[in-house]
Write a protein that binds this ligand. Structure first.
Ligand code: KG4
Ligand code: ZN
Length: 351
């Protein structure tokens, strides 16, 4: 069976066609980064309007690349939450209307479940069960994943998400949006030992995170370096100070993510640790986690780099897995179009 999936929860429009055997036949993506860059972050109204412009051309591209037509599609999948309300609405309204026109079912997909299952799309996918570290712009969670739809929340961030901490810290020192990739690139030229930044909640004895204190510590350090008594919107630092601060910040955040993920994997009695979400693209995190896991006999899995950040393939794939597990979804023709900007993953215990 063929599932055509749509992702529009934030600033990427993604479309993909996936089989219930787990093969992505074609995918297309449009990133809005250049459109939001001048504003230093995502402008929700611009995001929604751009999704509307991109959906049809991207869908046509996917159909052409796969050699399929809409009549070959068995189900339509769409991200219905969490995300920006208008952006979710753009994708959900389009996908639902399309499904209604075709007389096919709509399978709503939780954005984080898409991320969570995306490592299964790699050439060497992890087997269930595994522990998952989900680190994106909006979420930082550790989860026990027993099987499709059987997830246990072990811990999560009490304030900023890891990606959000990267983005806010980057903005503070004048790096362009999105901050994560820019900050980690600059960190490659910096000295990670120069500034002693806190490792928040490292010894809290649980699997929760907190990153806002780390951000404040960067601000205080940046103010000292810039010689200012009051924070300004962007701290003006010289290139070496900036690179050293980026490297020190990245080292702090990565150390916390690595230690807590390894501890959670061991406490679960799992042999596999899976990383998902945009921050999973971070080179230092990949390197440190791979090293720490190997020392403890844990196998670590990352999604392909292109599938770390938002994309349509993970949404089509998550729906394809649900459809394979439950073919009765084919006859559930519900076109009520419910977006949920804030919601827990279906099947999540402990949230
Ligand atoms: O998963 P994602 O595309 O969107 C959400 O669902 O939030 O994640 C985007 C987040 C942004 O905060 C971005 O700065 C961060 O992932 N990110 C990175 C890197 N690439 C993307 N953070 C650190 N290092 C990276 N290389
Ligand atoms: Zn995402």
């Amino acid at each position: 069976m063929l599932v055509l999936g749509f992702e529009t929860s934030c600033d990427e429009t993604g479309v993909a066609l996936c089989t219930t055997g787990g093969q992505v036949l074609a995918q297309a993506l449009h990133s809005q980064i250049s459109m939001h860059k001048d504003y230093g972050g995502v402008v929700p109204e611009l995001a929604s309007r751009d999704h509307i412009r991109r959906l049809v051309p991207l869908m046509n591209q996917v159909l052409a690349d796969s050699g399929k037509s809409l009549t070959d599609v068995d189900a339509i999948a769409v991200t219905t939450g969490p995300g920006l309300p208008g952006a979710l609405m753009a994708g959900t309204a389009f996908a639902t209307s399309l499904a209604m026109g075709l007389g096919k079912p709509v399978i709503p997909v939780h954005h984080l479940e898409g991320h969570l299952l995306s490592p299964l799309l790699s050439a060497t996918p992890p087997a269930f069960p595994f522990t998952a570290l989900l680190v994106s712009g909006g979420h930082s969670q550790l989860m026990g994943v027993e099987n499709l739809g059987h997830y246990a929340l072990l811990g999560e961030t009490l304030d900023d998400a890891a990606g959000e901490a990267f983005d806010k810290t980057a903005k503070m020192i004048g790096l362009p949006y999105p901050g994560g990739p820019a900050l980690s690139k600059l960190a490659e030229q910096g000295n990670a030992n120069r500034f002693k930044l806190p490792r928040p909640m490292l010894h809290s004895g649980d699997y929760n995170f907190s990153f806002s204190g780390l951000k404040t510590a960067v601000l205080t350090t940046a103010m000292k370096l810039a010689g200012v008594a009051q924070p300004t919107e962007t701290m003006v630092l010289n290139d070496q100070d900036k690179a050293d601060l980026c490297a020190s910040f990245q080292a702090a955040i990565v150390e916390v993510l690595v230690k807590k993920s390894i501890a959670a994997t061991r406490a679960n009695g799992h042999k596999r640790l899976v990383v998902a979400g945009g921050v999973g693209a971070n080179k230092q995190l990949r390197h440190s986690l791979t090293e720490a896991a190997a020392q403890r006999g844990i196998e670590v899995y990352f999604p392909e780099l292109a599938l770390c950040t938002d994309n349509g393939a993970m949404i089509a794939f998550a729906a394809a897995m649900r459809l394979k597990a439950n073919p009765a979804l084919l006859s559930q023709l519900d076109y009520s179009m419910q977006t949920k900007p804030r919601c827990a993953i279906p099947g999540l215990q402990g949230s």
